[in-house]
Design a protein around this ligand. Structure first.
Ligand SMILES: NC(=O)c1ccc[n+]([C@@H]2O[C@H](COP(=O)([O-])OP(=O)(O)OC[C@H]3O[C@@H](n4cnc5c(N)ncnc54)[C@H](OP(=O)(O)O)[C@@H]3O)[C@@H](O)[C@H]2O)c1
Length: 330
């Protein structure tokens, strides 16, 4: 992947990363570590996003050129009982970031969002132009992320915010990157299933929810690529090619782990497909989590994106092999 467009950024102001200790935040550190650009990484202790004045102070202090917001309240089931806190972190904090960045010349806000903003209004893949919701049918986490998207778009479209200037490079822009089923350095479905595969001789995994597993490392790279681009503001769906169910992902990950030499007790025929109804959880998940990546592919093709567009299997295979080998490496 080429980051030659880093020269487009004004490096007298830093890139500010929220969510330093999360899966995408850690991947951003890994990716940006190779580049000579001023970056400030913030974790919860540096700036609690539920505290509006703390966030505003941080923005005033660092005066960033770019914000990449990889922080979010992501405990989807716990979110059902903490609505106010979830909305503060996932919607009100991004609104403050957007309000700040909309007024910075050539300022850029990259914000990650989710497939959970959709509530099964389609059975095929969702385009960026499809309406999320309806709000009442979303879980609290999905509602909060959709409110966050709307708040960002509102701040960048307020009366007085220029849609064009004599010098287009001075326009501030936002990129909302919707993604799904993220795995990286942190707790995630693949790590849980590999642990269980080493402890049990059978597993029951939901097979009626369909989506696209997405690598945190790749999400970080795309986020940086967008920040360096001259693309128009907007929502982009950032998922690899292909689709699967949680059951399909479990079978694939366990097969790769077994081939890579990890002790796996469960046989593939003992990984049993179940329905969502057979696995009750607090938050309702969409059955259809398919996101169309056509808009992203078109955008990347105009941006000297040098890497072949990935499919989910190759990303999961690389991740599982690396994860299984990690204890051996250390
Ligand atoms: N994980 C998924 O499957 C998935 C799917 C679709 C979209 N997304 C989106 O992708 C983005 C990145 O997700 P991820 O998987 O990297 O999430 P993650 O691993 O859960 O990381 C989220 C980070 O946000 C931080 N955070 C939470 N509350 C905070 C607060 N009040 N103040 C400051 N920081 C706070 C957490 O801090 P602590 O480390 O201190 O807890 C954590 O480091 C999020 O926008 C998420 O909504 C994720």
């Amino acid at each position: 992947m080429s980051y030659s467009s880093f020269e487009l950024l004004d490096h007298s102001r830093p890139i500010l990363i929220f969510g330093r200790d999360g899966q995408v935040g850690k991947a951003l550190q890994q990716t940006l570590g190779d580049f000579q650009v001023p970056v400030i990484y913030l974790g919860r202790k540096d700036c609690d996003l539920a505290d509006k004045s703390s966030l505003q102070q941080v923005l005033n202090r660092y005066q960033p050129q770019v914000i990449i917001n990889a922080a979010a309240y992501t405990a989807v089931d716990r979110a059902e009982s903490e609505r106010d806190l979830v909305v503060a972190i996932n919607a009100e904090a991004p609104e403050i970031m957007a309000n700040y960045m909309a007024h910075v010349a050539n300022g850029i806000l990259v914000h990650y969002s989710t497939d959970y903003v959709f509530a099964d209004t389609k059975t095929t893949d969702y385009q960026e132009v499809d309406s999320p919701g309806p709000m009442k049918q979303l879980c609290v986490y999905g509602q909060s992320k959709w409110l966050g998207e709307q708040a960002i778009e509102k701040q960048f479209n307020l009366e007085g915010h220029p849609k064009s200037t004599a010098d287009q490079t001075q326009l501030s822009r936002y990129f909302i990157l919707r993604t799904s089923w993220v795995y990286g350095d942190g707790d995630n479905f693949i790590r849980t299933i590999l642990r269980l595969a080493g402890e049990r001789d059978n597993l029951r995994v939901v097979a009626d929810q369909i989506g696209v597993p997405t690598s945190a490392q790749w999400l970080a790279e795309i986020g940086i690529q967008m920040a360096c681009s001259r693309l128009d503001s907007g929502i982009y769906h950032v998922v690899p090619d292909g689709e699967t169910s949680w059951h399909g992902l479990a079978v694939f990950a366990i097969e790769i782990a077994a081939m890579a030499g990890k002790g796996v007790d469960v046989k593939v025929e003992n990984i049993l497909p179940i329905t969502s109804d057979e696995y009750p959880v607090a938050a309702k998940r969409p059955v259809n989590s398919r996101l169309s990546n056509q808009k992203l592919k078109k955008a990347l093709s105009g941006m000297a994106y040098t890497t072949t567009y990935p499919n989910w299997q190759e990303q999961v295979e690389a991740y599982v092999k690396d994860y299984v080998a990690t204890p051996l490496k250390s």
